[in-house]
Design a protein around this ligand. Structure first.
Ligand SMILES: [Zn+2]
Length: 289
């Protein structure tokens, strides 16, 4: 009996205490730890107009235009290494490639971002499409976490399944309103629209694969590649239906050798030389096709 009373007291004491304080108009003081501030991340207004980048290189608009996309930026650092971040590494490589292409001439170049700013993934595609890009290259660097022996670059194109899903989505969005690869969709039936978008998408994915193959071919013996460098995945930035697009994972910042080489002036120049050559060969083939 006495134990039961003890248990009852233990259970009800807090309720009785709080109830009593409440009746007396009092409250228990609770420490305000962590309540005095709020962390806010400024996300871009989805309705803001996209700022279009300036185009470097020849003023002749008939010259091919490559859009180079440095991954991440702003509040999104990407993968983090010991001393640096993916967003800075990607921007360094993007600038080096732009400078190399401008130096060689003949090709127009634009960067989706030329400073440390945040861009949403679909904004990057939209920039490329709005300025009429003929080729889109997104630059990233990977991290394998604790596995610091994983090393080398990989070249990604959009996976086939993702490609057809993207085609369906674009078809739905652009139905009767726009054109894909110069083919006006206005006034056509859904079925015809789907076929046209599908054809455009197929041609684009062939071009993307060609460019990815050129990167690996031209980089052989110069750049350090992953043992299995050609890959495909559903990257949002590769979903433009009418712009050949490749995502280049330049290496692993979790690997000390990659992390030292990629941001160095020599590493940037080596990348820029190989990539500029792959881009020029791609455009030369397209012009001859
Ligand atoms: Zn990335």
């Amino acid at each position: 009996m006495w134990h039961r009373l003890q248990i009852a007291l233990i259970f009800f004491a807090p309720a009785v205490l709080i109830g009593g304080l409440y009746l007396l108009g009092l409250t228990i003081p609770v420490p305000a730890l962590g309540r005095g501030y709020v962390i806010r991340v400024a996300l871009p207004d989805p309705n803001r107009p996209i700022g279009l980048p300036s185009i470097a290189g020849p003023g002749d608009p008939s010259r091919p235009l490559v859009v180079i996309d440095a991954g991440h930026g702003g509040h999104d650092p990407g993968a983090s290494g010991i001393d640096f971040r993916e967003k800075a590494l990607a921007l360094g490589l993007a600038r080096a490639l732009r400078d190399e292409l401008v130096r060689q001439g003949g090709v127009r170049v634009a960067l989706t971002r030329s400073d440390d700013r945040f861009l949403a993934l679909d904004e990057r595609i939209e920039i490329a499409r709005q300025i009429g890009a003929d080729l889109f290259l997104s630059i990233h660097a990977d991290s394998a976490g604790e596995k610091d022996d994983v090393t080398g670059a990989s070249v990604y194109t959009l996976s086939t399944k993702a490609s057809s899903e993207a085609a369906a989505r674009v078809a739905a969005r652009e139905n009767n309103a726009d054109s894909v690869n110069g083919v006006k969709l206005a006034g056509r039936s859904d079925a015809v629209t789907n076929i046209l978008v599908d054809l455009a998408q197929r041609r684009t994915s062939e071009q993307s694969a060609t460019f990815a193959g050129l990167i690996v071919r031209e980089g052989e013996g110069v750049l350090k590649f992953h043992p299995d460098p050609r890959r495909s995945a559903d990257f949002v930035v590769l979903r433009a239906p009418d712009v050949p697009s490749v995502l280049y994972e330049s290496g692993f910042i979790s690997n000390p050798a990659d992390a030292a080489r990629l941001p160095s002036p020599e590493g940037q120049q080596r990348f820029a030389t190989v990539m500029a050559r792959a881009i020029r060969i791609f455009f030369a083939r397209e012009a001859g096709a």
